[in-house]
Design a protein around this ligand. Structure first.
Ligand SMILES: Cc1cc2nc3c(=O)[nH]c(=O)nc-3n(C[C@H](O)[C@H](O)[C@H](O)COP(=O)(O)OP(=O)(O)OC[C@H]3O[C@@H](n4cnc5c(N)ncnc54)[C@H](O)[C@@H]3O)c2cc1C
Length: 304
């Protein structure tokens, strides 16, 4: 039973009806294509609306989580209690000299295209990461020797009391796939990146090259959340998994990709449980074989 129906009526005073979804299947909002229903999913359009929403959740003691493009999420089959806030409608970009400011819902691919159009270099590493600006800042997303921490200047954040503050690069305390945003449960609504002047052609060919490398090496034809595990100190997760003989291992519809063993893919209508069981199996077998603990990079959310 959805315990938050009454709260959805309160949200009806802040948001138009077409921005509030009840019992919304989260498999429609994640790149893994799994996940049970969110009691309420809201899609605000402005940071003022996010502040109102956060305050309403605080006043009524309703839990909430923020999602971007859902490309690093494993949402369990029982779904999410309370409110899921999806920021995809917040998609404006402003450019001022070598600074580009983007709302959290902007897709990284669109951000990179906008930077290239203005001959601004530095974001090419992010062009093929299928996340949003907010998710990339929260995760300190990175690839091909680049990461968000190298180009971010500041982030406009809302804390869980509804206070708005600008956090500079140092305050964001970015580490390997982590940040103060994740640790303090801030909601990022806007990020400013500082880039360098570049040449459009060179930026374009770097993007093309990186996208080609991705499609050659990654199983982009199947739903996934990218690399399932973080890189353990002194090792590569994919190599450990492959060396343990787990390439192609499956549980239900979930499989350790044959193309890239660092990816678990949803090969055939997997449930979240299939994926979670496969993750646990891989962790156990790698630990037994090499004594190395694999920790998930994918964020696991929701109820069984
Ligand atoms: C095929 C594929 C390839 C990938 N390749 C890479 C790669 O090369 N490098 C890499 O780093 N990642 C990669 N990823 C993972 C993923 O794309 C990144 O982690 C991305 O940054 C997640 O962004 P998102 O908007 O989808 O965030 P989500 O998956 O929606 O959320 C991820 C986390 O960030 C939080 N979050 C999201 N938005 C906000 C916000 N506005 N404010 C506060 N918290 C927020 C969420 O609560 C959650 O904890 C890949 C994924 C796929 C499917």
């Amino acid at each position: 039973m959805n315990l938050y129906i009454e709260f959805s009526k309160i949200l009806g005073n802040i948001f138009e009806a077409d921005k509030i979804y009840i019992d919304e299947p989260m498999k429609n909002h994640t790149s893994f294509k799994v996940g049970g229903p969110a009691d309420i999913l809201v899609t605000p359009e402005t940071s003022e609306d996010v502040v109102k929403l956060v305050k309403a959740c605080r006043d009524h003691d309703v839990p909430y989580i923020i999602i971007g493009n859902g490309s690093n999420l494993l949402i369990k089959d029982g779904g999410v209690r309370g409110v899921v806030v999806k920021l995809s409608r917040m998609d404006k970009i402003k450019i001022d000299g070598d600074r580009i400011t983007a709302e959290s819902g902007v897709k990284l691919s669109d951000l990179c295209s906008a930077a290239m159009a203005e001959e601004l270099a530095g974001l090419e590493f992010a062009c093929g990461i299928p996340g949003s600006v907010g998710g990339a800042a929260a995760m300190n997303a990175g690839a091909y020797n680049g990461e968000v921490s190298n180009v971010i200047e500041s982030a406009l954040c809302i804390d869980n009391e509804g206070n708005v503050r600008t956090l500079g690069r140092d305050d964001l305390a970015m580490g390997y796939r982590t940040s103060a945003i994740l640790k303090q449960r801030y909601t990022v609504v806007e990020v400013t990146f500082k880039l360098q002047k570049g040449e459009k052609d060179k930026i374009g060919s770097r993007i093309e090259d990186l996208n080609k490398r991705r499609s050659e090496r990654q199983p982009l034809e199947f739903p996934s959340a990218g690399s399932t595990f973080k890189r353990p100190e002194g090792h590569f997760a994919a190599k450990l998994i492959e060396d343990t003989g787990l390439k192609g291992l499956s549980v239900g519809g979930a499989e350790v990709s044959v193309k890239h063993s660092g990816f678990i893919i949803n090969k055939k209508e997997a449930s979240a449980k299939d994926i979670l069981d496969l993750i646990a199996l891989v962790q156990k077998q790698v630990k037994e074989a090499y004594g190395v603990e694999l920790h998930t990079e994918v964020r696991i959310i929701g109820e069984d």
